[in-house]
Structures are given as structure tokens and as C-alpha cells.
Design a protein around this ligand. Structure first.
Ligand SMILES: O=P(O)(O)OP(=O)(O)OP(=O)(O)OC[C@H]1O[C@@H](n2cnc3c(O)ncnc32)[C@H](O)[C@@H]1O
Length: 226
């Protein structure tokens, strides 16, 4: 994957429900690392599109039962690849009565079974609750030392060769329903929150309540206060 040299904007602006936050980037642009164009669309809706560049870099996804170590190792790898600030986005759908499955395996399940099959399996089990949670973990790395994390994974995997990452988590709880809506991507048509599926909302409306929007808010607040 070729990385292009870019002009270097001095700030990133994040628009939250309440206010506009200017995020100052000292050295370089911020690269949003994902192969998923839907994630990029939502990040660009939230963060100033001129100051954030998408990087379609397919980092190694380690096997793990939660998203945090996957995002953290992805950020290490992507930072070494680009040598510039990166934000890795790892997400998944956790179905309560399936012990959180597909969770970290959400992409594999979408690509093999498809989201309609997931919905039909949930619906076919009368004893099974429809409750589910979407989670998003953003992992930021810019090569600078970041204060010690309270993250259990990071503290037990201290590697002085790899710069520390900072993790931001967002989640939204809802229920699995038959597909509705044409917006969004992935599991959005089968995930209902407050009477509407995520696919029935535009990117701004989804960001207001979604796992990604909440993780982006946490990132923006931390970045601004840095
Ligand atoms: O790893 P990258 O390159 O970022 O792209 P990906 O699509 O594989 O990204 P994930 O592993 O994080 O995605 C897990 C799955 O969850 C889906 N997904 C992620 N965020 C979603 C969202 O906001 N709404 C609906 N589905 C989502 C996505 O389509 C995948 O099938």
C-alpha cells in the first residue's frame, strides 16, 4: 500500500453535539487506518476531513477474545509502517445470549454467513434474547510516550520496542431485528437502537449514538486536552 505525502494541516476539528473541538497535530496528519470505507465515512463526518486521511492498510489481526489487544497491536504495526500518527478502528457486534459471538469474529462471520443469516439464527431461537452490543475500540499511536495506561492488556504486554498506544472505547446496546434501512454498512440494517436501525440513520445521526461516535468523542476530548 502506497502512502502519499500530504500537506500538513495544523489542526483537526471534531464536531460534537455540544461544541466544536480543535485538535492540534504537531507533526503530521492523522491517518485513520482501516480497509472499511464505511468507517472512514463516519470518521470523516466527525473529524475534519481535510486533516484526517484514510489509510487502507490491512494490519495483522491477532486472535483475541476482545477488541482491545487487536486494535493495540494493529496501531503498533500501522505506526511502524507509516512512521506518523495513526488511529486504528476495530469494531464488532456482541450478541448477549451467544456469549458475545461474533464479537472479534464479526468481519469473518459477515463475509461467510452474512448479516441476514445472523439475524435469522437469532430469530429462530425462541429462547434467545435479541439483545446485543456494538463495540468500537480506537487505538492511537504517534510514537510519543503516552502516560501509563490502566489497560490490563497493555500493562501485561509492555514492550519497549513498541511505542505505547492509547485506547478509546465506545459501545451502544440495542437489539437484533429483521433488516431495515439502506444507510450505514455491515450489521447496521439488523441492529436497532431506540426504534430505528443504524441503517435508517445518516452518518451524523448514527455518530450521535453509535459505538464509533462515542469512541471518537472520547478520542477527541483526550486529544484536545493533551
Ligand atoms: O479491519 P478493518 O480494515 O478496519 O475493516 P473491517 O471491516 O474488517 O473491520 P472490523 O474487523 O473492525 O469489523 C468487524 C465487522 O463489524 C462490522 N462493523 C464494524 N463497524 C460497524 C458499524 O458501525 N456498523 C455495522 N457494522 C460494523 C464490519 O462490517 C465487519 O464485518
Amino acid at each position: 500500500m502506497e502512502v502519499h505525502a500530504n500537506s500538513i494541516p495544523s489542526e483537526i476539528t471534531a464536531v460534537t453535539n455540544q461544541h466544536t473541538v480543535a485538535l492540534f497535530v504537531s507533526a503530521d496528519i492523522l491517518r485513520y487506518v482501516t480497509t472499511n470505507s464505511g468507517k472512514v465515512r463516519e470518521a470523516r463526518q466527525y473529524l475534519d476531513p481535510d486533516a484526517i486521511k484514510s489509510l487502507s492498510y490491512d494490519y495483522t489481526e491477532i486472535q483475541a477474545t476482545s477488541l482491545r489487544p487487536i486494535a493495540a497491536t494493529g496501531a503498533h504495526e500501522a505506526y511502524h509502517y507509516t512512521d506518523s500518527p495513526v488511529l486504528v478502528d476495530d469494531a464488532g457486534l456482541f450478541i448477549d445470549d451467544f456469549d458475545g459471538f461474533p464479537g472479534p469474529y464479526s468481519a469473518f462471520v459477515e463475509n461467510t454467513l452474512g448479516v441476514k443469516t445472523v439475524q435469522r439464527v437469532v430469530e429462530s431461537e425462541s429462547e434467545i434474547s435479541r439483545d446485543a452490543t456494538f463495540r468500537c475500540v480506537l487505538a492511537y499511536c504517534d510514537g510519543e510516550a503516552i502516560e501509563p495506561s490502566d489497560d490490563e492488556y497493555l500493562n501485561t504486554n509492555t514492550d519497549t520496542e513498541t511505542p505505547p498506544v492509547k485506547l478509546f472505547t465506545g459501545e451502544v446496546s440495542g437489539r437484533i431485528v429483521p433488516p431495515r434501512g439502506n444507510g450505514g454498512f455491515g450489521y447496521d440494517p439488523i441492529f436497532e437502537y431506540d426504534g430505528m436501525t443504524l441503517a435508517e440513520r445518516d452518518a451524523a445521526e448514527k455518530n450521535e449514538i453509535s459505538h464509533r461516535g462515542r469512541a471518537l468523542t472520547a478520542f477527541a476530548e483526550w486529544f484536545q486536552a493533551r
